[in-house]
Ligand binder design. Structure first.
Ligand code: GDP
Ligand code: IMO
Ligand code: MG
Length: 426
């Protein structure tokens, strides 16, 4: 009986998809527990690149069942596009992908509400992915949502119409004037996509997962977004609308807390953020631009430029604490392979007081990062096969991080490909 959780410790895009794919052969089930098509999880192997949004990243290995859990919000149109593209490239999905009946549906009007909410916020906008995530979770919490299981019931169309009418009133109140023809077209596509979704096994995923656990099988839970985007612990209000932390795996799949084993916390050797909101270690200079260029830091979903900066150990320590991380996975250190100097923020100076504890707010104006400077290793590590090949300065960098974070770094990723992954044995 084993449930491990892999989740992001920063502002998303840490490389979760790549590592879930690498770890999948060790598990029987891979399950997404929150978020929706705001996620973009990139996998590269055998010269091909795939971006997954709603489908778990265990889908390319063979033999595992992939589950979209109750904590996820699903856009049928985007789901169908993603699934059909995978099927077209030779992956048979219906046998290996199951969807929770309790997952909530993103409606076309949720996307309109997402856009209208952002517009109403003006300069204070969140910079959402525009996928309707916030409005869908809002409906869930206010007990107005439509769930995947509803598409099997006779009164689904009536439920849909009532929800749509409510959304149209909300849009009206926000001063939005939806294009009725475009909406009708989107609704038609949405209903067609539901027909496609009905060809999948729609399950009571909490029963499914607990039964397989009782049968001695193992589950890997795949997080989306990152801890700094968590609705409770992230840089509120510049966050997403779900619990991205480890506890989200319990509520998003129906797994009891005592069944959680390893918690893999994944982070980049630097830091990025997309959308608005505070980012204390953000770099606005050439170094930031270099990281963006070398790391190809552009959104997998929206193509937006990712903001880049140095690693923030204050935020990472906090993320490790709230998630109970047992093992760290460091990604994209290869991006820093050519750097003379690498900086790490070890504390914040807030109005003259230095703290190592993550504060209530990280309002950029007040929070000044305190940096430690480390020498770069100046070695191309992208073709290395084992930790025995690591240059000494890189080993020292890892040791420094492990001391600061009081958690072992057990996997190091040195490139986007599945094979560019090195396990450390210590
Ligand atoms: P996710 O949302 O956490 O799955 O991450 P994304 O897929 O959005 O962003 C990670 C990006 O970095 C993708 O383009 C990956 O292909 C790429 N990537 C992952 N690991 C590495 C690595 O170790 N080195 C480099 N250079 N790129 C990586
Ligand atoms: P993965 O899983 C990076 C950000 C958006 C925005 C905020 C709220 O690929 O790491 P939302 O659409 O969720 O309401 O947007 O959250 N955001 C992400 N940033 N990676 C993601 O997912 C993200 N999902 C949402 O940019 O700032
Ligand atoms: Mg991503």
């Amino acid at each position: 009986m084993k449930v491990d959780v892999l989740l992001g410790l920063q502002w998303g895009d840490e490389g979760k998809g790549k590592v879930v794919d690498v770890l999948t052969p060790r598990y029987d089930i891979v399950a997404r527990f929150q978020g929706g098509p705001n996620a973009g999880h990139t996998l590269e192997f055998e010269g091909k690149k795939y971006v997954l949004r709603s489908i778990p990243s265990g889908i390319f290995q063979s033999g595992q069942i992939n589950v979209i859990g109750n904590g996820v919000v699903l856009d049928p149109v985007l789901f169908a596009e993603e699934a059909k593209a995978l099927e077209a490239s030779g992956n048979k999905l219906t046998d290996v992908l199951k969807i929770s009946k309790k997952a909530h549906l993103i409606m076309p009007t949720h996307r309109l509400l997402d856009a209208a909410n952002e517009k109403a916020k003006g300069k204070g906008k969140i910079g959402t992915t525009g996928k309707g995530i916030g409005p869908t979770y809002t409906d869930k919490i206010s007990r107005n949502g439509l769930r995947v299981g509803d598409i099997l019931s006779d009164d689904f169309n009536a439920k849909y119409s009532a929800a749509k009418e409510r959304h149209l009133e909300q849009l009206h109140a926000l001063g939005a004037d939806p294009d009725t023809e475009a909406l009708a077209e989107n609704e038609r596509k949405w209903m067609d996509a539901l027909d496609y979704m009905r060809t999948f096994e729609l399950i009571d995923s909490e029963h499914f997962i607990n039964k397989v656990l009782n049968a001695g099988k193992s589950v890997l839970c795949e997080g989306a977004q990152g801890t700094m985007l968590d609705v409770d612990f992230g840089s509120y209000p510049f966050v997403t609308s779900s619990n991205t932390v480890c506890a989200g795996a319990c509520t998003g799949l129906g797994v009891a807390p005592r069944k959680i084993g390893e918690v893999f916390g994944i982070f980049k050797a630097y830091c990025t953020r997309v959308g608005s909101g505070p980012f204390p270690t953000e770099l606005f200079d050439e170094t930031g631009k270099t990281i963006r260029d070398l790391g190809h830091e552009y959104g997998a979903v929206t193509g937006r430029e990712r903001r880049c900066g140095w690693i923030d150990l204050v935020a990472l320590r906090y993320a490790i604490m709230v998630n109970g991380v047992t093992q760290l996975i460091m990604m994209k250190s290869d991006v820093l392979d050519g750097f003379d100097e690498i900086k790490a923020c070890t504390a914040y100076d807030i109005d003259g007081t230095v703290t190592r504890d993550f504060p209530y707010t990280i309002d950029d104006e007040k929070v000044k990062p305190v940096y430690v400077s480390l020498p770069g290793w100046k070695t191309d590590m992208t073709k290395m096969k084992s930790e025995a090949e690591f240059p000494q300065k890189f080993v020292d960098y890892i040791k420094f991080l492990e001391q600061e974070l009081e958690t072992p770094i057990t996997i190091v990723s040195i490139g986007p490909d599945r094979k560019q992954t090195i396990e450390r044995t210590h």
